[in-house]
Write a protein that binds this ligand. Structure first.
Ligand SMILES: Nc1ncnc2c1ncn2[C@@H]1O[C@H](COP(=O)(O)OP(=O)(O)OP(=O)(O)O)[C@@H](O)[C@H]1O
Ligand SMILES: [Mg+2]
Length: 286
């Protein structure tokens, strides 16, 4: 091997010095040109102010973008993602400070009704949680409540369309009246995604949606995420760095309640700016 060739294949030399661990200001580009949601100085407290779980986090979620949220256990990923559709409102003693805009409107304004908000910003949880109802009714339930369908044929059409988009239709079309809880874990998760997209959301939040699934079911969900991105903005919490790099365009790295670094996914994983990000992606933390 001549020296020229060796140089070419050597790991690229870092052209910058990493931001030291002690510096907890966010590095990287927090804002995008076409934000669907914009978070400004969001802090979250539990236990009536006794514990601060999120410390002044600002970031954008772009339209037609998948943003991955990563970081060690307990760093506040779930807490943060729950702010985006005011799910933390349901937790006793939890307070959210700061501003979160959806299409320019602060979702924490007094005049915002959380029921339609949660239809616009839907959520898929770690553990698939179908209602104790039939497969059909799992998908039809929310559209009926929100008045999106007015008769049987409209309902049937929407249920079919949602199940097709969630990649589940062929597996369940002959058993729509059977309970949703009787499906496999991966099928249940796709049913929950069908249920979420049935109300025509604009943003989909996913908190570790694949952590209970095998690699095949995971691959199906990941393909689905890529497809859904064409129409929605998606925020996904994941413990899998491989998953983050497969599905997301931008990645946010959290550490003990701070947003340490945010940027294009490739940059975060190949050339991070912060020492803490570097430690995490190389397995030295978490
Ligand atoms: N309901 C709650 N009441 C009080 N403290 C909470 C509550 N939920 C979370 N916390 C605390 O807030 C911090 C962040 O927790 P959170 O669940 O958001 O972390 P996470 O990054 O999602 O972790 P994991 O990767 O394990 O899911 C932790 O210190 C946790 O103990
Ligand atoms: Mg969590």
């Amino acid at each position: 091997m001549d020296s020229k060739h060796t140089d070419k294949t050597a790991a690229p030399k870092r052209s910058h010095r990493l931001v030291p661990k002690e510096d907890r200001n966010t590095v990287g580009e927090k804002q995008v040109e076409n934000p669907k949601m914009r978070c400004e100085e969001v802090s979250v407290f539990y236990d009536n102010g006794g514990t601060k779980a999120i410390n002044s986090v600002s970031l954008d979620i772009g339209d037609n973008e998948v943003i991955a949220m990563i970081g060690p256990s307990g760093c506040g990923k779930s807490t943060f993602i729950r702010c985006l559709n005011r799910m933390n409102d349901t937790i006793e003693g939890c307070r959210v400070d700061g501003r979160i805009y959806l299409d320019g409107k602060n979702i924490y304004d007094r005049d915002v009704d959380v029921v339609p908000l949660r239809a616009r910003v839907g959520m898929v949880f770690q553990k698939p949680n179908p209602f104790p109802k039939s497969i059909f009714d799992n998908v039809a339930y929310a559209p009926r409540i929100h008045g999106l369908v007015t008769n049987k044929s409209e309902t049937e059409e929407l249920v079919e369309k949602s199940l097709i988009r969630a990649g589940l239709w062929n597996e369940v079309k002959d058993r729509l009246t059977q309970p949703g809880t009787g499906l496999s874990g991966g099928q249940q998760q796709r049913l929950c995604i069908a249920r979420t997209i049935a109300v025509n959301p604009e943003v989909i939040l996913m908190d570790e949606p694949c952590s209970a699934l095998d690699p095949i079911a995971t691959a199906i969900i990941e393909e689905l995420i890529e497809e859904l991105r064409q129409e929605y903005a998606i925020a996904i919490v994941t413990h899998s760095m491989q998953q983050a790099s497969r599905v997301s365009q931008r990645t946010a790295y959290f550490h003990l309640g701070d947003l340490i670094e945010i940027g294009p996914t490739e940059q975060i994983f190949l050339n991070p700016l912060h020492q803490l990000t570097q430690d995490y992606i190389t397995g030295r933390f978490g």
